[in-house]
Write a protein that binds this ligand. Sequence first.
Ligand code: GRF
Length: 204
Amino acid sequence: RDVAVLISGSGSNLQALIDAVAADPDHPARIRLVISNKPGVYGLERAAAAGIEAVVIDHKAFPDRAAFDAALQAELEARGIDLVCLAGFMRILTAPFVEAWTGRMLNIHPSILPAFKGARAIDDALAAGVRITGVSVHYVVPEMDAGPIVVQAAVPVLPGDDHDALAKRIHAAEHRIYPAALRWVAAGDVRLAESGRVEHLTDP
Ligand code: GRF
């Protein structure tokens, strides 16, 4: 499976995926392409350091979301990409683009969905005073952070946590479960059924 990873920032999840694939010569995924919608972000350097082709498609250069998504689609098709991983990609994607990738696009989100959807999930969990939050990998559907869940991990909120302390614990969990999810999906051990349910074809 040829994989593209879409980023907007530091790319620590991209790095976790790169490292997991590199560690296993028989890995079912090959990370072929990194796309950032923002120039100059650190994730692009991570891609370069790993010898992975990295492309910037700056959303500011496009008149609207549809035009940006068309450019994304063209790039993914030109490289023969099979599977897309969103990893800190902070753009809302249009429904036609998302639907073109149904069952072939994953996202990582820093909460136990469906709790704390949106871009401020870590701060929202702190503000809510929950004692357990976590991370989710899900298939992407047009509605934000609402897709069928592949895997989740719980993360405790500890007394005295501020954003940075909790974010660090959350990221550590992300870096464990995203590579696991990519392996299952790339291997065909997990798939999105026509019914919209996630099927585990082998025991995880
Ligand atoms: C992660 O917390 C991810 O869940 C969220 O954005 C963050 C990206 O971090 N969607 P990084 O760029 O992978 O370091």
